[in-house]
Design a protein around this ligand. Structure first.
Ligand code: CA
Length: 233
């Protein structure tokens, strides 16, 4: 970790919410930039290249989903959506559109900070391409060079699809991945709607990796949205 203060851009029109988020961030050592509309947010993102963007979906000018699309045309900072929209659809659309994670309002400062740490860590790991090993707790070790999977001390055979599913989730460890993202990245763009494939392989993978497949510790379901690989946190 470098010792510079990470900069977080907060795009949120609701004054009270913005204040709460900004105070929490400042208290925890972040540098904060604020925007109250989508257009202003896009401008600030270009001007300050923040390390992370917190984005509300319900904005007065441009919808947050559109803001995500615009940002993703040129910006690679993690986007964490903060939204009062309960519907799975808008979360899925935001994530498919390029957001990295979401939090449903209301949320506590503790959870917000934890999600921000995961997203920033993830962004740093992405820059560091030298990762050759994947570890999930003390239980699971994956040697990415030799494609060797060891589960609780035992070498375990994964099929090519199971292995790809695991490593795809691992690339986004701690963050949610939608069904669509997983299907497209593991099976290919033509398979975005074949949810049953994903379910079948996820079940197999859980049986091979999890001590209690029905109460998974690592391969976590995000109901109606997708899956999240929980690493150590
Ligand atoms: Ca709003």
């Amino acid at each position: 970790m470098s010792d510079h203060k990470p900069t977080v851009l907060v795009i949120e029109d609701e004054k009270q919410m913005r204040k709460f988020v900004c105070i929490s961030l400042t208290t925890n050592g972040y540098h904060v930039i604020e925007a109250s509309t989508g257009a202003e947010g896009v401008q600030q993102a270009a001007a300050y290249t923040p390390d992370l963007i917190l984005l509300d979906l319900g904005l007065p000018d441009i919808d947050g989903l559109e803001v995500t699309k615009q940002l993703r045309e040129w910006n690679t900072s993690p986007i964490l959506v903060i939204s009062a929209r309960e519907q799975e659809d808008s979360k899925v659309l935001a994530l498919d559109g390029g957001a990295d994670d979401y939090l449903t309002k209301p949320f506590g400062a503790g959870e917000l900070m934890a999600r921000i740490r995961v997203a920033l860590r993830h962004a740093v790991q992405n820059k560091d391409t030298a990762t050759t090993e994947l570890k999930l707790g003390d239980d699971i070790h994956v040697d990415l060079v030799r494609r060797l999977v060891v589960v609780r001390g035992k070498e375990t055979h994964l099929t090519p699809i199971e292995y790809k599913l695991l490593t795809t989730l691992a690339k986004h460890a701690g963050m949610v991945m939608t069904h669509r993202q997983l299907l497209e990245q593991v099976w290919g763009p033509g398979h975005a709607h074949q949810l049953q494939y994903l379910r079948v392989y996820m079940t197999q993978l859980r049986h091979k990796l999890e001590e209690h497949p029905a109460q998974p510790r690592f391969l976590v379901t995000e109901p109606g949205i997708g899956y999240r690989l929980r690493g150590e946190s």
